[in-house]
Design a protein around this ligand. Structure first.
Ligand code: SF4
Length: 328
């Protein structure tokens, strides 16, 4: 299966002669056009000035860009400027990446035009690769902010469940639900390096099934949000492993509703059996969609089957229903 295309715009700044006096910015722009995922390249005289920013906005709209790379000065100066700029035209501000071709290149390699131009190309290529590697657009996950409307408070006493194709989906979900608690292997909670952070992040240990249920119910009754993966492990049988019943039992005991979240991906990266050191095929795309919210039931076993059927149907109707692409 071919992977969904990213549309990256690269904006190469001259900074008058600050950059263009040393770096051949026209050559850098030509090079950027050859990079994977790059849909538009614009060279600006002063990218941070209004005309330069307007060119970024125009290109985002005209070329349907979904991420932006600005090759200019240090992010310390203008990262907020360019984040605001892309946000003005509806792009997620965190999908703007910078390559520092002034302080890290033209200013330290004056007199070496060939070497500085080569280095500027390397910096631009790295920034484009970082843009390609953004695992998921937080903008696409916006619907996951499970808050009571208008209050900014987390929806209390809610169980959030998702399918589990990769380790990345857990990170994505917890990152979007900062006040949520997650379940962690008891052995990891005894790890002196991981345990303090896990406690601060309100992880719940899974020493025993009954202990896990008790801690989870206490957390939900106290108004917490609990993230669970009912497959019990990462998906090995597409599109879904059989669900385990713990989440419906917890819902029943805490009288907490269950919010379903579908994770769609065509990437096998960090799925079950993927070695941590192995590089992923690019680009990587993960999307999350909210599914139905289920009320707790006394017959919690029946509810497991119903929720699992909802996931099967939702994933098969999703934008990446074929599941992770095969690797040679
Ligand atoms: S964005 Fe940075 S490098 Fe470009 S003109 Fe402005 S200050 Fe100079």
């Amino acid at each position: 299966m071919s992977s969904p295309a990213q549309r990256i715009g690269v904006f190469v700044c001259d900074c008058g002669l600050n950059i263009a006096g040393t770096v051949d910015t026209e050559d850098v722009a030509r090079f950027a056009k050859t990079l994977p995922g790059v849909a538009a390249v614009v060279r600006n005289r002063y990218t941070c000035a209004d005309p330069g920013q307007n060119e970024i906005k125009k290109a985002v709209v005209e070329h349907h860009l979904d991420r932006v790379v600005v090759a200019s000065c240090t992010p310390k100066i203008h990262e907020p400027t360019f984040r605001r700029c892309v946000q003005d035209v509806g792009l997620n501000p965190y999908l703007m990446e910078m390559a520092n071709i002034r302080e890290q290149c033209s200013w330290v390699h004056m007199g070496d035009r060939v070497g500085a131009t080569r280095k500027a190309k390397d910096l631009v290529r790295s920034a484009v690769e970082r843009a390609l590697l953004w695992y998921a657009s937080p903008e696409r996950l916006r619907d996951l902010v499970l808050e009571r409307q208008g209050t900014g408070d987390a929806y209390p006493g809610l169980i959030v469940i998702a399918n589990h194709p990769s380790l990345l989906d857990a990170l994505m979900l917890v990152a979007r639900l900062p006040r949520a608690a997650c379940v962690m292997k008891a052995s990891l909670m005894r790890n002196p390096l991981l345990a303090p952070g896990a406690r601060l992040a309100r992880y719940i240990r899974n020493d025993t099934p009954s202990g896990l249920v008790r801690l989870a119910v206490d957390d939900l009754r106290a108004g917490g949000q609990l993230v669970l993966f009912p497959e019990g492990t990462r998906t090995t049988r597409q599109p879904l492993n059989p669900f385990r019943p713990g989440f419906t039992l917890i819902a029943k005991m805490a009288r907490a509703p269950i919010q379903t979240v579908f994770i769609d991906t065509d990437s096998p990266y960090l799925g079950k059996g993927w070695p941590i050191w192995r590089l992923p095929p690019l680009p990587i795309v993960f999307r999350a969609r909210l599914g139905r919210r289920f009320e707790p039931r006394d017959d919690h076993h029946v509810l497991v089957a119903e929720v699992q059927a909802h996931f099967m149907q939702g994933l098969r109707a999703g934008p990446m229903a074929q599941g992770p692409r095969q690797q040679e």
